[in-house]
Design a protein around this ligand. Structure first.
Ligand SMILES: Nc1ncnc2c1ncn2[C@@H]1O[C@H](COP(=O)(O)OP(=O)(O)O)[C@@H](O)[C@H]1O
Ligand SMILES: [Mg+2]
Length: 228
């Protein structure tokens, strides 16, 4: 039995309508990410890496073309269905963490589970397990302002994993971190991949790219290498 790709983009373009002139961030991109893959996306600033990640993660929708998550065409879903799919199947880690500043590490990790309707006791167990997984059990009660950059990023990863997604997307997750702290994040991504999660990571960091099993190179809104 062959599994469908975990996410697939077919002839996807994304044009941002701007006052001066429209910006084509992605131009006819087709890509399949299989279950359990470990993919790095590289390319110069402005080439469309973040836009591609947002579209694969159903955070943004293409101007034309199709996105399929486990063979379901995302374009045919309602906004509510798309949000649900994203909440359940996809974890997203941003370069600047985007933790909620008023919530503790524990609460940041618990929130997406509450949104997905996970029962309180299960949430509690899962949150403890995740903070343990990222090595931050002792920081559960800390707010983001009381954490280092590396710790914030580990909380963000724990949050992204809250609902056991089969796909983790990370946009320059070590971009704001020093080398040693970035090393912890790389180790965490490796472990996730070993545990069976598909990982797609946008990076400038050669150490991150070296860990991936497939390298996609982008230029001017297109994948110029590694798409199959
Ligand atoms: N929300 C937006 N509105 C207008 N233009 C955007 C927006 N997001 C990205 N772009 C433009 O699309 C292109 C690709 O951006 P992006 O995907 O962020 O590149 P990268 O992540 O590779 O640096 C850039 O020219 C950028 O200015
Ligand atoms: Mg970017």
């Amino acid at each position: 039995m062959t599994q469908p790709p975990i996410v697939e983009a077919r002839h996807v373009s994304r044009v941002f309508p701007m006052a001066a002139a429209p910006v084509t961030a992605l131009s006819d991109v087709s890509i399949r990410i299989e279950a359990g893959e470990y993919v790095a996306v590289v390319g110069p600033s402005g080439c469309g890496k973040s836009t591609l990640l947002h579209i694969l993660g159903c955070v943004d929708v293409p101007t034309s073309g199709d996105v399929l998550v486990q063979d379901r065409n995302v374009g045919s879903l309602s906004d509510a269905e798309r949000s649900r799919l994203r909440l359940r199947e996809i974890g997203f880690v941003f370069q600047r963490f985007f933790l909620l500043p008023m919530l503790t590490a524990w609460e940041n990790v618990e929130l997406p589970q509450a949104e997905a309707g996970v029962a309180r006791l299960d949430r509690r167990r899962r949150t403890a397990e995740l903070l343990e997984y990222v090595g931050l059990a002792s920081r559960a009660a800390h707010r983001p302002s009381e954490l280092s950059g590396g710790e914030m990023q580990r909380v963000a990863i724990a949050r992204a994993l809250a609902n056991r997604p089969r796909l983790l997307l990370a946009d320059e997750p070590t971009g704001e971190l020093d080398q040693r702290t970035g090393g912890h994040i790389i180790t965490l991504l490796d472990r996730l991949h070993e545990d069976g999660t598909a990982v797609v990571v946008v990076t400038h960091d050669v150490a991150v790219a070296a860990c991936a099993h497939r390298l996609l190179t982008m230029r001017d809104g297109q994948i110029v290498e590694g798409s199959s």
